[in-house]
Design a protein around this ligand. Structure first.
Ligand SMILES: Cc1cc2nc3c(=O)[nH]c(=O)nc-3n(C[C@H](O)[C@H](O)[C@H](O)COP(=O)(O)O)c2cc1C
Length: 158
């Protein structure tokens, strides 16, 4: 069975972005294996000086990414940008390359249109040479699993 690594850009307990990933996991159980990455807060601040050191949390994160067929990120917008913990996680794999050629889908659950974070995150993911296009990027409201979200996941794993 193909694997999705799901990453929530919010560390908040009760996060809508995390809840929607759980809902997707329940809906697609049996069709695709989803791992919800819960180590975002354990990653140290990215520092190129220690990039290739054997840091356990980084090793596990890179390993999860490496073995995933798809990556699904659901994130809020913070101050018109990408939440720092999510950007930090992405910076950890710029050099090691686990996102290269990986199919990535993006969901954005934020209180406004989240236009800034959408454009910024798409640009970052493209720059990291992952496979992404607008058909797998969606602004969503709250944590409700809608037909649009289901359709996006179908497209991502097709
Ligand atoms: C520090 C901070 C900054 C925020 N900045 C924005 C913003 O720029 N645009 C926006 O739409 N929402 C902003 N919000 C609101 C979040 O989008 C909203 O709380 C969202 O539901 C958080 O996602 P979560 O439920 O997954 O934690 C901000 C929230 C916080 C805590």
């Amino acid at each position: 069975m193909k694997k999705i690594l799901a990453i929530s850009g919010s560390l908040r307990s009760g996060s809508k972005n995390t809840l929607i990933l759980h809902a997707i996991n329940n809906h697609f159980a049996g069709r695709v294996k989803m791992e919800l990455f819960d180590g975002l807060a354990d990653l140290p601040h990215f520092n190129p000086d220690i990039e290739m050191d054997n840091i356990e949390s980084v090793k596990q994160y890179r390993n999860s990414l490496k073995h995933a067929d798809y990556v699904l990120i659901s994130t809020p917008e913070y101050a018109h940008g990408i939440p720092g913990s999510l950007k930090n996680a992405l910076d950890w794999v710029v050099g090691s390359g686990e996102l290269i050629d990986k199919k990535v889908g993006l969901l954005f659950s934020s209180s406004s249109e989240a236009l800034f974070v959408q454009e910024q995150l798409i640009e970052v993911i493209r720059t990291m040479s992952a496979k992404i296009d607008r058909s797998v990027c969606l602004k969503i409201s709250g944590a409700e699993l809608t037909p649009e979200i289901i359709s996006l996941i179908e497209t991502l794993i097709s």
